[in-house]
Design a protein around this ligand. Sequence first.
Ligand code: HSE
Length: 285
Amino acid sequence: MRTVRAPATSANLGSGYDVFGLALETPADVVRVERAEETSISVTGVGSTYIPEDPKSNTVGAVAEALGVTAHIHIDKGVRPSSGLGSSAASAAGAALALNALYDLGHSRTELVSAAAEGEALVSGEAHADNVAPSLLGGFTVVTDDGITQVDASLSLVACLPEMVVSTRDAREVVPSSTSRAAVTETVGNAATLAVGMTRNDPDLVGRGMDDPVVTPARAALIDGYDDVRAAALDAGATGVTVSGAGPSLLAVCRASDQRAVADAMLETFDAAGVESRAYQTRIG
Ligand code: HSE
């Protein structure tokens, strides 16, 4: 038997759609695997009633198949499904790591990214790896078709999760299929600023680099209260705020000394909009 903890993640960070991601210290899924003749799955924890236990419909079933093994896989969910915090990716990454250890497959964490991404394909229709890569590797990750770059960045964060559901498939459908040259220039500049900021653990550069004129405005419209919550977090000291992954969570970057105030401002503003929420005061994991 093997048990691993797989962290939540936040993808995109505004300017890095399907490219940037980072691991969060909390929350996390715990995945336990045992040898078995056929793959079976059980799920407990946050939102577990919404998660299919049929291996053909569950991300971890796809991961076991990609690795060519069978097992009983138990997932204890700490990351709420459809939260924008890489819930399916945490389970997929945890299963990949645990199965790799259980069967002594000898894959590196980087090699496991593609197996874990097969689980993502089942959920969103595309095998994008911007959540599974940071869940497996930790830190800040840049995923492109040519490989993965990882940085052990260190920053304070608030991830605020409202009690609403946005499906990844729906959130991908609203992304514009074309944009202007000016928006491309702005996005490249912001993404470069953010990446440099991560190498310097600089919350101002990272926050500034999270601005995104293309994907985030389209997705913010799916989240009740987004504009007000973002403005409140910035007023409370956040250096940048954006949609976490496909939403509905918002991710704020801040200084450690502002973390409590930023979290309180986001919770209070969602509350004023009639939306319950919870805030994770966390760091890059
Ligand atoms: N990059 C993905 C998206 C992450 O934003 O759709 C969600 O799984």
